[in-house]
Design a binder for this molecule. Structure first.
Ligand code: 9G3
Length: 575
């Protein structure tokens, strides 16, 4: 490609709205342009990278037995009503009407559609197992899209769905996909790890893992053990078996001291309360009101802990859980936010193990400006729903080996789930087994955020003002830069190299623009080609400068530089 023809408008200054490094570089390098908040157009440079990531995904998915297909982005609401998810999702699910006023959604995922297809196409066990996948745009109306492609509202996803006769079959399909994902992310040059994830809405139906790219910008927290191989998303991570942790003091100490009312005028937060009462936050019982699949529940965790929404959701096997709004809190407790408590509450109360183990605690009085002291778990509120509802703390003992747990930031690249019969039950996805009986299809689903992978690779590959793409996804493998395009010897040599590298299939980018050298090198740092051939004064005697990933320039005769480029590409692509 000749750079004078490439639509690659670069920017020197960093766009202020871009906080993430990859977002800044994608804008500055002319890879993407924002069309609306969280919605991007891929310019030719960005599209070349995306297509290469897709190619790696397709090769590995096909090699693993997956069959590519394509489903529509516009999905009839009826299918979402069949699965029961239409009324559960709020404003994140984009809904629309067609000209006949029929209801549709813009697909955030495709479990409903794929199940409606497979229940028609497959009726016999002979056609199982099958793994169908697509690479398609997804729509999720995020409240706060940010970090460019890392959290968009329209994004590219590879989503695969496996269908098996039984759970043993699903285990095989799941492991096959897990290993395929490892091959895909390795070929994309990413530093990643698989972690146990929150089973979420699927609840107890089966295990689930996420693949995390380690990066400081990552919104996810990876909890890993400093000694053994335990690793989990914070949403799921536990310390040593939480039940053991909370020794059962409360049962013994159900003493007689009555609850004491304390006037706490406008004292709302944990911080304010500990200051006002001069007590440690571990004496407090934090009461949070959640909206879980439309039902309001109260969750109690100790004042010095954070509640874990994902654990609440999976404990209740719900599809969605989010903190209730201020008015919902008022409706549920009769008090503004900050004064909620479990005593006398008519909601289901989920009690974290540590709260159940407290002899007594201080908590909201479900009345403005009122808190209660001497509240005894078990005596003053039920311990019927006790469980692990809090985030682990860094340094707590690993649930496997007891060594201290470490926290790392991660970008979720992919997520694999054992769905089981969640959708086949809801949508009558049955097949006829060899014994002539109708049975539900056992499903798995497997997603990769393709556009997010591109941003994650950039996050991991930008260092000291240079982006170097891995050879496998680089938009161009070799950047040929003649310093002075008006110098005949330089251009002649550059054109020769360009034609040789094209013949070798190395997709060179020839910077044939009449620009100052400084501009050319700055733009080359944005284009991120792993190899760079600089044609300067040495052209007169057939010499060029060769630069690899390490940024070190060496002078080589032109034929040697061409040969070295071919060898380096082959080494990086084929090992
Ligand atoms: C929705 C909306 C957002 C969503 C979902 C549904 C996430 C939803 C989970 C999945 C599960 C897997 C197949 C590929 C891998 C992930 N966000 N999820 O179901 F309506 Cl608005 O998408 N799906």
């Amino acid at each position: 490609m000749r750079q004078s023809q490439l639509l690659m408008t670069t920017m020197r200054d960093v766009p202020s709205e871009a906080e993430a490094l990859s977002h800044q570089w994608m804008l500055r390098g002319g890879y993407i342009r924002q069309t609306a908040a969280g919605i991007y157009s891929y310019l030719p440079l960005g599209w070349r990278v995306l297509r290469k990531i897709e190619a790696i995904i397709r090769q590995e998915m096909d090699a693993s037995g997956g069959q590519e297909m394509l489903m529509p982005a516009v999905q009839p609401a009826e299918l979402w009503k069949e699965s029961g998810r239409y009324d559960i999702y709020g404003s994140e699910l984009i809904r629309l009407h067609d000209r006949h006023d029929r209801e549709f959604v813009l697909g955030p995922t495709h479990e409903e559609v794929i199940t409606s297809i497979v229940r028609q196409e497959i009726s016999s066990y002979r056609k199982l197992p099958v793994n169908l996948y697509q690479i398609q745009s997804k729509y999720r109306d995020e409240r706060r899209p940010r970090f460019g492609l890392l959290r968009g509202r329209e994004f590219l996803m590879k989503d695969a769905y496996s269908f098996d006769r039984d759970w043993e079959g699903l285990d095989v399909s799941y492991r096959n996909m897990y290993e395929t994902y490892e091959r895909i992310f390795r070929r994309c040059g990413l530093t990643f790890r698989g972690v146990e994830a929150d089973a979420g809405a699927i609840g107890g139906q089966g295990e689930t893992h996420e693949f995390m790219a380690l990066a400081d910008i990552g919104e996810d927290t990876v909890v890993s053990c400093s000694v053994c191989s335990y690793a989990a998303n914070l949403e799921r991570a536990e310390s040593k078996a939480p039940a053991e942790q909370a020794d059962r003091k409360s049962a013994a100490a159900a003493g007689h001291s009555a609850i004491e009312q304390i006037l706490t005028p406008n004292v709302k937060s944990i911080q304010e309360l500990t200051n006002f009462l001069q007590v440690g936050s571990e004496q407090l019982i934090k009461t949070l009101i959640y909206q879980v699949d439309g039902e309001r529940v109260a969750v109690l965790v100790r004042g010095d802990r954070e509640a874990n929404e994902a654990k609440v959701k999976s404990y209740l096997e719900a599809e969605l859980a989010e903190l209730a709004s201020a008015e919902e809190v008022m409706k549920a407790t009769g008090a503004p936010v900050g004064f909620a408590g479990p005593v006398g509450l008519s909601l289901k109360v989920l009690v974290d193990y540590e709260v159940a183990a407290m002899a007594e605690g201080i908590t909201g009085g479900n009345q403005g400006d009122l808190h209660l002291k001497g509240v005894r778990p078990g005596r003053d509120f039920s311990l019927e729903y006790t469980g692990d509802f809090r985030n682990v703390i860094e340094g707590e003992p690993c649930p496997r080996c007891g060594a201290p747990l470490e926290f790392h930031r991660g970008i979720e690249l992919g997520h694999v789930f054992k769905l089981g019969t969640k959708y086949s039950d809801a949508m009558n996805g049955m097949y006829l087994d060899s014994d002539g009986r109708e049975k539900p299809l056992i499903m798995g689903c497997y997603g990769i955020g393709v556009s997010r992978v591109m941003a994650a690779i950039a996050e991991q590959r930008i260092s000291d003002e240079r982006l170097v793409w891995p050879m496998s996804v680089a938009p161009f493998k070799v950047h040929i830069i003649p310093v002075a395009v008006k110098d005949e010897a330089q251009m002649k040599l550059a054109e020769h190299i360009y034609s040789e590298l094209n013949k070798a299939g190395l997709e060179p980018l020839l910077d044939d623009r009449d620009e100052r050298a400084g501009v050319k090198f700055k733009d080359a740092d944005l284009a991120g080609a792993p190899l760079r051939l600089i044609v300067g004064r040495g052209a007169a005697n057939g010499e060029v400068e060769w630069m690899g990933e390490d940024g070190i320039k060496i002078h080589l005769p032109v034929e040697e530089a061409i040969q070295r480029s071919r060898e380096e590409v082959a080494r990086q692509l084929y090992g």
